[in-house]
Write a protein that binds this ligand. Structure first.
Ligand code: PEP
Ligand code: MN
Length: 348
């Protein structure tokens, strides 16, 4: 597969004219390898535009004929698979909501049995990597040969700047588990806002993704779905031209030496960090014993608040973000409480 592999197209196939004109404009950029358009749209709330359904499939077929580019659409049930197959859609993607449902995944896997079309599986809405792997396993068990992954971010609690948190470590973890599957990033659904798309796409390139699937619309503000995250074909072209897809590795001796030296330093530092963490947990456990023997409860929020404040006040001096320190503190706190809980349950 060409790398980077770029898929682009409107969130939804709204009208015949919009679908074909957008696809032609995208093909003319010379930067797009496959077209996308949603025909069946899973919407959070009823009453939003839910796609044109089968009526839109000939529009995709016509866009393919005119541009010579393969086309893709989302499928969520066996009927979608049969109808899209009849119109020779080249790639199906499975949406985040569908990946989240084992029943739907099983139905799809059976409908796709033995297909040699590409099937890309988006991550589920929640940050459950097992559900994502499970969806891939269901397809593989039904003999689907060409499977890929799409990372579209995870929905979270509270409104951050991004619509769906990238949680890049989960994308890297699934790549570690399924190293042979191509993995694309969907910056449109991660961002929810076109202003951030270039930045997220560059991060995906730097994390060795195989390509992108990006939403593009001739007049984004007027789009029937996902208006705030779509780019015009011209803006998409400029965005793609700005991304640097760096080399995966270099054979030069100087490069290897510099890398080996730094990796050695990281390994030494890591082993110190974990030894220190173990010592810290042992101290917490001893405190737990003292609390137990004196009938004092585990959680002493004033003390924990002091620790948090002390650490956060070092944030700028250490050059470590408050967000990172919070995550680290939470992990340490959870483990300390677990250790002290265990001690509390021990017989004196
Ligand atoms: C889409 O690609 O238009 C879509 C609905 O995406 P997701 O399943 O990632 O929300
Ligand atoms: Mn969309």
């Amino acid at each position: 597969m060409k790398k980077p592999f770029i898929i682009a197209g409107p969130c939804s196939a709204e009208t015949e004219e919009q679908t074909i004109a957008t696809c032609e404009a995208l093909a003319a950029t010379g930067r797009v390898d496959m077209l996308r358009a949603g025909v069946w749209k899973p919407r959070t709330k009823p009453g939003s535009f839910e796609g044109n359904g089968i009526k839109a499939l000939p529009w995709l077929a016509e866009a393919k004929r005119r541009t010579g580019l393969p086309v893709s659409t989302e499928v969520a049930n066996a009927k979608h698979v049969d109808e899209a197959s009849a119109f020779d859609v080249d790639m199906f993607w499975i949406g985040a909501r569908t990946t989240s449902s084992p029943f739907s995944m099983q139905e799809l896997a059976e409908a796709l049995r033995g297909t040699d079309r590409w099937v890309y599986v988006k991550n589920p809405l929640n940050s459950d990597i097992e559900l994502w792997v499970g969806a891939v396993e269901r397809l593989a068990a039904c003999g689907v040969k060409n499977i890929g992954l799409i990372h579209r971010g995870f929905s979270g609690y509270g409104a951050g700047a991004l619509r769906n948190a990238p949680m890049w470590h989960l994308a890297l973890e699934i790549r570690r588990r399924l190293p042979d599957l191509p993995m694309l990033c969907d910056p449109s659904h991660i961002c929810g806002n076109r202003a951030y798309i270039a930045d997220i796409s560059q991060q995906a390139a730097d994390l060795d993704f195989d390509g992108l699937i990006v939403e593009s619309h001739l007049s984004p503000e007027a789009a029937w779905s996902d208006a705030s995250q779509q780019l015009t074909p011209a803006d998409l072209k400029a965005m793609l031209e700005g991304i640097v897809w760096r080399e995966n590795g270099s054979q030069s001796v100087a490069y290897q030496n510099a890398l080996d030296e730094l990796r050695g330093r990281i390994d030494r530092l890591d082993s110190e960090i974990y030894k220190l963490l173990a010592e810290r947990m042992n101290a917490a456990e001893q405190i737990g014993r003292i609390k137990r023997d004196n009938n004092v409860m585990i959680l002493q929020s004033a003390r924990w608040n002091d620790i948090v404040e002390n650490v956060l006040s070092l944030s700028s001096k250490l050059g470590l973000s408050e967000e990172f320190l919070h995550t680290l503190l939470d992990a340490i706190h959870i483990e300390s409480i677990n250790r002290q809980n265990r001690v509390m349950r021990e017989k004196k």
